[in-house]
Design a protein around this ligand. Sequence first.
Ligand code: GLP
Length: 259
Amino acid sequence: MSNNLHNTFNSKSLKLWDSSEQASIYVANQIAELISEHRKQGKSVVLGLATGNTPKKVYQELVRLHQNESLSFANVISFNLDEYYPIFPDNDMSYTYFMQKYLFGHVDIDPSNIHIPHVDSNVEDIEEYCKAYEDKISSLGGLDLQLLGIGRNGHIGFNEPGSSFSSTTRLVDLHPVTRADAESDFGSLEKVPQQAISMGVHTIVQAKRILLLALGERKSEIISKALRGEITTEIPASILQTLPQVEYVLDNEAASLIK
Ligand code: GLP
């Protein structure tokens, strides 16, 4: 642990909910309020979005708010955290497909405002592509809000154990725990890509507001380590302890070891 990292974790950063549904609806409402506030001020809002099972209900609620309560995404500019590499965008395991299926396909976001770090054969220089992804976020004034899940090994985005806290968007190797967790979705371990493009830890921590959502008993152990344990690159999510703009939104099961 570095000496100049201070733990700003306090009970105000914790939002505990009895059910995964309540936790997800809280997160959806926070996002919806931010979108609406910016809209009222005639401003766009830059959202960092996540994939995985955890945010599905959040997106479902945002779609409901769009369809039934006139929440507009016309002022939203989105940047997804990560994408497998290599993968075709029309592969139903790609995050491009996921985002279309659960959110973008059902709301009025301008397709040109959607950014997913997808690298295909048209991209000759991955490093240059990743730098352009970072530059685009910065040129828009940074992420207003970043939604995060957490991997069972403490990853955020695909920043696996060992990722530098100063890392930016780049090509990464997936950790065995991450690949094993994705096995059932892909059908077999061999089909799970070995690599991904991910925003870096540094990219994430610069967001003006960060909501980390963790649901279910299977996240309880890593939540306890990430929130109460040592701040170490071995558990990338532990860096969040040092940030005042982080809220941990947990259901009872995910919070069971920190109560
Ligand atoms: C995935 C994503 C992460 C996500 C995490 C947890 O691999 N790259 O952004 O937060 O793993 O996934 P889940 O929500 O399905 O548990």
